[in-house]
Design a protein around this ligand. Structure first.
Ligand code: ADP
Ligand code: SF4
Length: 713
C-alpha cells in the first residue's frame, strides 16, 4: 500500500507568521520514539461510532482533522480479537488481514496532510460481553467490571485468565500490531484504561491473582509491561508505542514506596512506552459534561506524570482556549495537547490558531451528544459541528462551501440554533441572507437555557454563529422583528426558511405511556415560564417526562432560588437520558445539593393548586405532595402558525409567495435536541445548492475472501 510519510506534505502548516507569538509553542514538532509529530495538537483516540462497515466515512472524518492541523490523528478502540467484542456498541477491529484495507483508508487520509496516524489497539477484558462472538470475556480474576453501571450490565461474567490466556492476548496484540503496521499506522497503542483488560490487571479490586501478575504493584504492572514489549518488538522501530492509562483510582491509592500507586506505575514503566496518554477512569469523569466539569479538569490527577517520565505526555481536558493549552505546556503538565471533543466540534482548531484566527474557533460546548451517539451505536453527531460524520456521506466540509453561481436572496425567520446555522451556511455559500428574529436577542432556546445552572458554555452555539455572521457582508440581521405573512411577502425572498422553534406544553403523561390531556390552572407552568421568571411558589413540583437534561436543570435552578422542590418522572431515573451523555451521576449530586426530593416511576395525575396527586407508574400506588406550583417538562410542539399562514397565502394566485420554496427547519420541523436543530439548519442551506441530496451509503471493503479468525492464541 503506497503511503506518504509524515512531513512529505503541507509545508504551509509550518508557516507561523500570523500565529500569535504566545501560541507558537503549540507548533513545535515533538519526537515520539521513532516518529515525529509535526506539532503538539494530538487528536487522542475517541469513539466515532464508525466501524469496518463504514470505512470511507471513518477515513474522511479522521482525515478532515488532519487537514485541520491535528498533528496526530488516532482511531477509536480497535479490537485485537473476537474476545473483545463490544457489540452492540460500535467498535473497529484488526482481527485478521481482511481488516487491514479499511484502516489503510484512514492512514492514507491522515498522511495526506502530513499528520501521524495512531491506532488504539484494545482488549476490553471484563467490560465487554462478547454478545456477538459468544466467547467468554477475559479478566485477571473473574471479577466483573462495574456490574452496577446501568447500561453496561449483562448476563455474562468473565473468565479468570490462566497462563495460556495471557500468552494468547500477547500474541493477539502482536498480530494486531503487525496488521496495524501493514495498514500504515505510525503510533500503536496499548490500552490500560477505562476498565479494559490492562487496567483490570493494574487495580487490586479486579486483580486478585497470586501468581507473578498479581499482588505487588510490580506484579500487577507486569501484564501491561509485556503488552508494551510485544508491541515494541513487533513494531521494530517502524512505529512508536503509546500507553493509554487511567490514573484516577491509582492516584487515590497510597503506596509504601511512591507518592501513590499512580506514581508507582508511571515510575515502573517510565521509559517502556514512547508516549504516555493519560486520562481518568470512568467515562463521566473522563469525558465529563461541561455542566459539571470545567476545561482542564483532569489536571489534578495527571499533573505529576511529566515529573516521573521523560517520555512525552499527552492528556485531554476539553481544551478550546489556546492560552490554556500553552499554559499546560509551560507549566510542565503536558507535552502534547490532546483533543477529542474539541477536535470534533472544530476539526480546524489548530489551523485557526496557526493563522491567528482564534475568534473563529467553534468551541465545544461540552454537551456530550457525541458520546451519546456512541451509546446509541451510531456514527458521531455534534451539536456545534453539523458536518461531523457527514464529510464523506454528504460531502460536507466543515470550512469549505460551494459558492452559488448567481446569488439569490434567502430569508430565515427565527434566530435560534437552526435559524442561525441556516443563515450562516447560506451566507457562506454566497446567498444574500436576511435573518429576522422576533425577540431582542439571538439564540432562541439556547439563549434561554444557557442562563440555567451549568449551561453557560452552551451559549457558545449562539455566540459562535452570531460572531461568524457578523464577519460576512452578505447578511442583514434584524432582532425585534416578528415576521408575519405581510412582512415576509414584502421582502420577496427567493427562498424562505421557517425556523420558528417549538414550545413546551402542559400535557400530562397517560397510563398508556403517551402524552395525555394538558394540565390547566394558574399555577401550572412550562419551561418558558421558568426562563421568564414567572414561576412563583415555595413548594414546586417539576414533572419531567422529557427525560433529558432540562427537567433536572430546572429542578436544580428552582432549588437554587430557595424553593422546596419535588422532581417526579415516570422514568426509572431523574433526567434518565443523561445517562447517554455521561451526566447522570452528577445530576443526582446536583439535585441532592439542592435538597430536591426525587420520585421516579411516578406519574402526575392531578393538581388542584395546593395538592399534587401522583401515583406509581407500575402499581398505581397513590401519593400526594402539598405543592404551590407545577412545572411540566414533557411534550414540545412545533410553532407552525407562521408556516401554515404562509402556506395559506400561497394558495392565493396573486400572492408574491406563490413560487417561493418555504422550508421548515429545526424544532419547527421536529422538536429535538439542539444538535438536531443545528443539523437541520445546516442541511437546509446545503440543499439550496445540492438540492435535496441523498447521502452516500458506505460499504465494507472486501478485498479478500472471508477468512477465519483464529480464536485460540
Ligand atoms: P430552533 O432550535 O429550531 O432554532 P428555537 O426555539 O431555539 O428553535 O428558536 C426559534 C426562534 O424563532 C426563537 O428565537 C423565536 O423568538 C423565533 N421566532 C418564532 N416565531 C417568529 C416569527 N414569527 N418571527 C421572527 N422570529 C420568530
Ligand atoms: Fe462538544 Fe457537544 Fe460537539 Fe461533543 S457534541 S464535541 S460535547 S459540542
Amino acid at each position: 500500500m503506497p503511503r506518504e510519510k509524515p512531513g512529505d506534505a503541507v509545508p504551509e502548516s509550518s508557516n507561523l507568521d500570523d500565529c500569535h507569538p504566545h501560541h507558537r509553542i503549540l507548533f513545535d514538532p515533538i519526537k515520539i520514539g521513532p516518529v515525529v509529530a509535526p506539532n503538539r495538537f494530538y487528536q487522542v483516540p475517541h469513539a466515532s461510532g464508525m466501524t469496518e462497515a463504514n470505512p470511507r466515512v471513518r477515513a474522511a472524518f479522521r482525515g478532515t482533522k488532519a487537514e485541520g492541523g491535528w498533528g496526530v490523528v488516532s482511531t477509536g478502540a480497535v479490537s485485537i480479537h473476537p474476545s473483545s467484542d463490544d457489540s452492540p456498541l460500535p467498535f473497529a477491529r484488526l482481527w485478521n488481514d481482511a481488516d487491514i484495507a479499511s484502516h489503510a483508508l484512514t492512514t492514507e487520509a491522515v498522511h495526506k496532510h502530513g499528520s501521524l496516524a495512531a491506532v488504539e489497539l484494545w482488549h476490553g477484558g471484563a467490560v465487554v460481553m462478547n454478545r456477538t462472538s459468544r466467547l467468554p470475556p477475559l479478566s485477571p480474576s473473574g471479577v466483573p467490571w462495574a456490574a452496577t453501571h446501568i447500561g453496561f450490565m449483562g448476563q455474562q461474567r468473565p473468565k479468570p485468565m490462566d497462563g495460556s490466556d495471557i500468552e494468547a492476548v500477547l500474541n493477539w496484540q502482536r498480530a494486531a500490531t503487525r496488521r496495524a503496521l501493514d495498514a500504515g499506522f505510525d503510533i500503536i497503542y496499548v490500552y490500560a484504561g477505562m476498565g479494559y483488560l490492562g487496567y483490570e490487571f493494574l487495580l487490586p479490586e479486579y486483580n486478585w491473582r497470586t501468581d507473578g501478575y498479581g499482588g505487588s504493584l510490580e506484579n500487577r504492572t507486569r501484564f501491561v509491561r509485556e503488552m508494551l514489549e510485544v508491541t515494541r518488538d513487533e513494531a521494530g522501530g517502524r512505529a512508536a508505542v503509546a500507553l493509554r492509562i487511567s490514573l484516577e483510582e491509582l492516584r487515590a491509592k497510597p503506596s509504601d514506596h511512591y507518592a501513590s500507586e499512580a506514581h508507582g506505575v508511571v515510575s515502573l514503566l517510565s521509559d517502556v512506552p514512547d508516549l504516555w496518554d493519560v486520562k481518568m477512569d470512568s467515562s463521566p469523569n473522563d469525558c465529563g459534561a461541561s455542566r459539571f466539569r470545567p476545561e482542564g479538569a483532569h489536571e489534578p490527577i495527571i499533573d505529576f506524570v511529566r515529573t516521573v517520565t521523560d517520555r512525552p505526555v499527552v492528556g485531554v481536558g476539553r481544551f478550546t482556549s489556546p492560552d490554556t493549552m500553552v499554559s499546560q505546556i509551560k507549566r510542565g503538565v503536558l507535552d502534547l495537547i490532546g483533543g477529542a471533543r474539541a477536535s470534533i466540534a472544530d476539526p480546524f482548531l489548530p489551523e485557526k490558531i496557526r493563522r491567528g484566527d482564534t475568534d473563529a474557533i467553534r468551541e465545544c460546548i461540552g454537551c456530550n451528544m457525541c458520546i451519546a451517539s456512541w451509546h446509541d451505536g451510531v456514527p458521531v453527531r455534534c451539536t456545534q459541528n453539523a458536518t461531523a460524520g457527514e464529510e464523506w456521506r454528504r460531502n460536507w466540509h466543515p470550512e469549505q462551501f460551494q459558492r452559488v453561481k448567481k446569488p439569490e436572496s434567502v430569508l430565515v425567520v427565527g434566530g435560534g440554533p437552526a435559524g442561525l446555522e441556516a443563515a450562516l451556511v447560506a451566507a457562506r455559500q454566497g446567498y444574500e441572507v436576511t435573518l429576522a428574529e422576533q425577540s431582542s436577542d439571538w439564540g432562541g432556546r439556547v439563549l434561554q437555557e444557557s442562563q440555567l445552572p451549568g449551561l453557560r458554555e452552551w451559549r457558545r452555539v449562539r455566540d459562535y454563529r452570531v460572531w461568524a455572521l457578523s464577519q460576512l457582508g452578505n447578511v442583514a440581521m434584524y432582532t425585534d422583528s416578528p415576521m408575519g405573512v405581510d412582512e415576509i411577502s414584502s421582502l420577496e425572498a427567493r427562498h424562505i426558511a421557517v425556523a420558528t422553534g417549538a414550545q413546551w406544553t402542559t400535557h400530562l403523561y397517560s397510563p398508556l405511556e403517551i402524552p395525555s390531556e394538558p394540565l390547566m390552572g394558574p399555577q401550572v407552568f412550562t419551561p418558558e415560564d421558568v426562563f421568564a421568571g414567572r414561576v412563583a411558589g415555595d413548594r414546586i413540583l417539576v414533572f419531567d417526562y422529557d427525560n433529558y437534561y432540562l427537567g433536572g436543570v430546572i429542578a436544580e435552578h428552582l432549588g437554587c432560588q430557595g424553593a422546596q422542590v419535588v422532581y417526579a418522572t415516570p422514568a426509572g431515573h431523574a433526567s434518565a437520558w443523561t445517562f447517554m451523555t455521561n451526566e447522570l451521576p452528577y445530576v443526582y449530586k446536583a439535585l441532592g445539593e439542592q435538597g430536591v426530593e426525587i420520585l421516579t416511576t411516578t406519574n402526575l395525575d392531578h393538581f388542584n393548586g395546593q395538592l399534587a396527586g401522583l401515583s406509581n407508574l407500575f402499581n398505581q400506588q397513590p401519593l400526594e405532595r402539598e405543592i404551590d406550583a407545577v412545572v411540566v417538562v414533557g411534550l414540545r410542539q412545533p410553532n407552525l402558525d407562521l408556516y401554515q399562514a404562509l402556506q395559506t397565502a400561497q394558495e392565493n394566485t396573486d400572492s408574491p409567495l406563490i413560487d417561493t420554496p418555504i422550508t421548515l427547519v429545526g424544532d419547527a420541523l421536529a422538536p429535538g435536541a439542539i444538535a438536531h436543530a443545528v443539523h437541520s439548519g445546516h442541511g437546509f442551506a446545503r440543499s439550496l445548492i445540492d438540492g435535496d441530496s441523498a447521502y452516500f451509503r458506505d460499504e465494507p471493503i472486501n478485498l479478500l475472501e472471508p477468512q477465519p479468525v483464529f480464536v485460540e492464541g
